[in-house]
Write a protein that binds this ligand. Structure first.
Ligand code: ISE
Length: 337
């Protein structure tokens, strides 16, 4: 058996802490060797129960070590580039939580740095690609089980947003998942984005308009829409309905168990994305660890991160203009053919 992959987790906030537990308790072939967080007590608390793991406050300290095999980057998106570029220069594999970076220009710099490194080192954390419902729907689309796919309808509802979650982040941080999902389902790039904003909930924090309807079109003319409603209060919901020529397929419906008891029937509402996608995250990180051990990536690439950043950029322009905005993509380098 090979020695476990020694991983540095960068960022010990909500997502980082979730991944630290996952790596420590559920993932085979990997161990948490370091945790980096600018907040030293938070980094120390994160490693306290992991024998041998070391707390750092600066990613450079990890780069200076020679016993780290890979990094899992879970800081906010605007801090990703400053870790990705030196990691790529050193040839260190990285699982980068979405978004790759917050705008297309910086994502393109990451793609170019990876092309210069000569091999794929960055996997982007679009965990929905590992959800069983997503995989089943993609197979039906590929195999044309119900004829051609015509339209996709997504619901993306969150209970609330964290402090500092801006109007643009509804696109960059939330709808970025559907940009990737639509590319994943159809195997096509998205060519244009439109955003419509109507009546807004009183529960939206100042500056945010919520919900927002996003309409996108793919290269072959599949229309996909999203209701992004991020202060929906009731809980978490991510679901999709796909209309085909001879059938309609739904995924992401409510989960079991379904209970009947004194005066009530039904089940529980999923509280958040950690619960909704717990298994998908496990599969995603396991696939990444196994691929990294083979010198590969095991999921969406830096190109996927860049292409979705370009969609987000069009989406943010569409938010303020109300127009249908074309997505501009640079030519795809052969590394991602
Ligand atoms: C969050 O960062 C996620 O990635 C969740 O999956 C998404 O539902 C939420 O809107 C984002 O803020």
């Amino acid at each position: 058996m090979n020695a476990p992959l020694r991983i540095a987790v960068v960022g010990a906030g909500r997502m980082g802490a979730d991944h630290i537990e996952r790596l420590h308790r559920r993932i085979a072939g990997a161990e948490v060797a370091a945790v980096v967080d600018i907040d030293r007590p938070r980094a120390e608390a994160a490693v306290a129960h992991i024998p041998g793991a070391v707390a750092h406050t600066d990613f450079q300290e990890v780069l200076d070590r020679d016993d780290i095999d890979a990094a899992l980057l879970a800081t906010p998106g605007f801090l990703h580039e400053q870790v990705l570029l030196p990691a790529l220069e050193k040839g260190l594999p990285v699982l980068c939580e979405k978004p790759l970076t917050p705008d297309a220009e910086s994502s393109w710099r990451v793609v170019q740095a990876e092309v210069a490194a000569g091999r794929k080192l960055v996997q982007v954390g679009f965990m929905r690609r590992f959800d069983t419902g997503y995989l089943a729907l993609r197979r039906m689309i590929e195999e044309k089980t119900y004829g051609e796919l015509l339209t996709l309808h997504h619901q993306h509802r969150n209970p609330t947003t964290p402090a500092g979650f801006t109007n643009e982040m509804i696109i960059n941080d939330s709808v970025v998942h559907e940009f990737d999902a639509v590319r994943f389902f159809t195997g096509e790039e998205i060519v244009s984005v439109q955003v419509r904003i109507g009546r807004s909930t009183r529960n939206a924090p100042e500056g945010q308009r919520d919900p927002q309807l996003v309409l996108m079109e793919t290269e072959s003319g599949v229309l996909a829409q999203v209701e992004a409603y991020v202060n929906a209060r009731f809980g978490y919901q991510v679901s999709t309905q796909a209309s085909f020529e001879t059938g309609v397929v739904g995924i992401g419906g409510d989960q079991e168990p379904y209970v009947r008891t004194e005066g009530h029937w039904g089940g529980s509402v999923t509280p958040g994305f950690e619960e909704r996608f717990a298994e998908a995250y496990d599969r995603e990180i396991q696939a990444w660890v196994e691929a990294t051990a083979r010198g590969e990536i095991g999921g969406p690439s830096a190109w996927d991160g860049y292409a979705t950043a370009a969609c987000c950029e069009a989406g943010v322009r569409a938010q303020s203009s109300g127009e249908t905005v074309s997505v501009h993509l640079e030519a795809r380098p052969s590394l991602y053919a």
